[in-house]
Ligand binder design. Structure first.
Ligand SMILES: [Zn+2]
Length: 328
């Protein structure tokens, strides 16, 4: 077989499109009902585009006031989810006390930091496909880790789709959704805590950030609305995984953005994005009533968060002491 890079890319996009369509099929009935539309009407409006995009996030783009809308899934981000989560599960000893997030890692943490940095760097350079994710295949990754990997990846994908459908629900209902009030309070509280914030800056960001958090909250509820059928019926408690995946997908975006900002803007933090600080999105999600119903002793999101912080800490201190060069 002789496949060139373009063929591989097309095959990957087609494969991901099938996965996304499967998730859509499960969520559309609930999204339609949230938007007060018949299922076929909601479906008729939706166009799906799975591709490698230069945008960090997936996004939903409306036409004619949401008469139709496109859901654009960035396959590079989906690949990053998969590769980074593979690194993560390698650090877990499955079957032991699940409350211990990172234990008995078979690979030295320093190596984990290097690989993570390479993955983030490759993501931003658009070279993720060529990047070898890890040498786990050679080292032998256990069945327990593989099972956890596939559940977490699926849960991240579900939340990404749910978030974009959340935008559609929000758009079709012109913002008249119960999540709006919760999101707005969250964003306002966040801005109120920043001393000396200019009123015009606040004005500029309150609306888009509130929209984003509303889409997150709707997205989580759509993800959790999926019925307990294959593959979920073989998971021990599928809603705990789906909650964890929602958090993890935001934390992975947060890692990518933190890494980028540190490399390109140094320590300076600005309020320049229409997407809120991922931290705020994570916090809102984490305290949402929807998630609280399924808060669990495993707490995938929190555990992954600690892992992500450790990695970024190490990377930033290596930039500080000159081991890693800036803008590489
Ligand atoms: Zn969004």
């Amino acid at each position: 077989m002789n496949m060139n890079a373009l063929d591989i890319l097309k095959a990957l996009n087609t494969h991901m499109e099938q996965i996304i369509r499967d998730i859509l099929k499960r969520m559309v009935p609930f999204a339609a009902s949230r938007a007060n539309l018949a299922e076929h009407d909601f479906e008729k409006r939706l166009r799906l585009n799975v591709n490698i995009s230069s945008k960090i996030n997936a996004f939903a783009s409306p036409q004619n006031g949401w008469k139709t809308f496109s859901v654009i899934i960035n396959n590079a981000l989906m690949i990053f989810y998969h590769k980074m989560l593979k690194v993560y599960v390698s650090q877990l000893s499955i079957g032991d006390d699940e409350a211990n997030a990172i234990e008995k890692p078979i690979i030295p943490f320093n190596e984990v930091v290097n690989v993570s940095k390479e993955l983030m760097s490759a993501y931003w350079k658009g070279k993720l496909l060529a990047q070898k994710s890890f040498f786990l295949e050679e080292m032998g990754i256990g069945m327990g880790q593989l099972t956890l990997l596939s559940r977490l990846v699926r849960s991240c994908e579900c939340f990404t789709v749910g978030h974009e459908l959340g935008h559609a629900v929000f758009g079709i209902k012109r913002g008249y959704v119960p999540e709006y009030a919760i999101a707005k309070e969250f964003v306002n509280d966040f801005f109120d805590d920043i001393p000396d914030l200019e009123e015009k800056v606040k004005k500029l960001w309150v609306k888009p950030w509130t929209k984003e958090i509303s889409a997150d909250l709707i997205g989580l509820s759509l993800s959790l609305a999926q019925p307990n059928i294959d593959p979920y019926n073989s998971w021990p408690n599928y809603k705990q995984y789906l909650c964890g995946g929602a958090e993890i997908s935001i934390l992975l975006l947060w890692m990518l953005q933190e890494y980028y900002d540190r490399l390109h803007h140094g320590r300076k933090i600005t309020l320049r994005s229409s997407h809120p600080y991922y931290y705020l999105r994570w916090k809102a999600l984490n305290t949402s009533p929807e998630k609280e119903k399924f808060s669990d002793h495993v707490n995938f999101g929190k555990r992954f968060g600690l892992f992500a912080i450790r990695i970024l800490d190490q990377i930033f201190s290596k930039i500080e002491n000159g081991t890693y060069k800036l803008r590489q």
